[in-house]
Write a protein that binds this ligand. Sequence first.
Ligand code: BES
Ligand code: ZN
Ligand code: ZN
Length: 499
Amino acid sequence: MKIAFANSGLPDSGIVCVGVMKGNRLTESAKTLDAKLKGSIKRAIKVGRFEGNLGQSVSIPAPAGTKLDAVLIVGLGEVKKLDDLAMQSMGGRIYSAVAKSGSVAVTISVDTLKACNLDVGQMAAEVATGARLRSYSFDKYHTKKGKDSQPTIKTLTVRGAGAAKARRLFASMDRVADGVFFTRDLVSEPANILYPETLAKEAKKLSKLGVKVEVLTEAQMSKLGMGALLGVGQGSIRPSRMVIMQWNGAAKKADQPIAFVGKGVTFDTGGISIKPAGGMEDMKWDMGGSGVVIGLMKALAGRKARVNAVGVVGLVENMPGSNAQRPGDVVTSMSGQTIEVLNTDAEGRLVLADALHYCNKRFKPKFMVDLATLTGAIIIALGSDRAGLFSNDDKLADALSNAGTAVGEPIWRLPLGDDYDKMLKSEIADMANISGGRGAGSITAAQFLKRFVDDTPWAHLDIAGVTWSKKDSATVPKGGTGFGVRLLNRLVADNYEGK
Ligand code: BES
Ligand code: ZN
Ligand code: ZN
């Protein structure tokens, strides 16, 4: 879908979308169109139960005598409450209402609204961003594409004063959406297609944008002593990989970087501690954390963020092959700490142990944020809308929480503490990879990671509940969500780019 901006005026073809405020107060463009259409808009409002509330909409076929296809009347609610996220949601809902309508073009008219905190240029950019985010689909494996299931809309134009500003703002938001789409693609891809080597190949594509991408082989990781990560991969015929991505966009090239680390288990059978069959197909998206890190690097490079950022992803397939590690095996991590693998299904933390330590040692970053579909327990605790946040640094935790709220990707902090740390005690090694009891599963997992970050400010996002969605929402169609890309992009933009 092509997205364009134009300064003002109503279109003479396609679907046109106009806003109506709470209490059915018409915006200027709604008034103009209503006059042109001899009162059709006022009439539609009257006969329907439309009240101008946010989220409401009513569609009317354009009356004879115009070349328009239809008019979509959209409720704006209370104007003083309209913010960037509300505008994005509106764009997403408009897209989904018109996408398969049969029309090829839609125009959204935005008006200057006095009581609103957003100027009309930003409104236009946010609406367009919401529409773009909602327009994602992953349908490459449908060979028989039913005519009715395909979107018909080819162009979306947002009209309103301030098109130049809208274009400028949208250019950067559009690059972030590229990153989100890349993550969604990676997360949606099945595990026979996407495995460590092919996922590394996907990451390599970022070099076109100026990202330096290195791929470590098993031999190289073995030399570095990454016994924790390699132990997870050894039950699969697919060799493990680690990918290191560097974006150096800061004015000072030598600036200490910030770092993002991702769990990339391209399929998690559980290994010898094998998972039950029901729902196991979900474990193709156990590489979601790495998908976010790769998508984020794409977003940062795409919009030329003025920051030095590093992305490190540990890529393995957790299979119960004849060479698989066994419950009770002891592995030595790159940090030198030994781990008793009591449950081979608690593999994400083993991968991250080596990825975090490697990243910290090599780059000495300002901070590290890791993302992982780490525990089923986080879904029990927080459900599917909030990710879990764990951190050894209050400032970083607050900055992350604020960024999450700002972009509509909320996160919720859970505690860490020595009492939890003790639960990882092992009889034979420095630690076990699971705790004895059933309680606090997400916390003990985070506590395990904490042992591999030294004193570097660090945060862990457990994204097991938010990586895949079973239902459509305004800007996120069901499937891979890309949760985390916009959040971390915002963290960078608000705190680390210097103005
Ligand atoms: N990849 C899973 C966690 C997961 C579960 C992600 C459901 C998404 C949806 C992880 O590797 C795992 O299996 N964790 C175990 C840990 C347990 C063995 C301590 C879990 O959560 O049951
Ligand atoms: Zn697992
Ligand atoms: Zn896993």
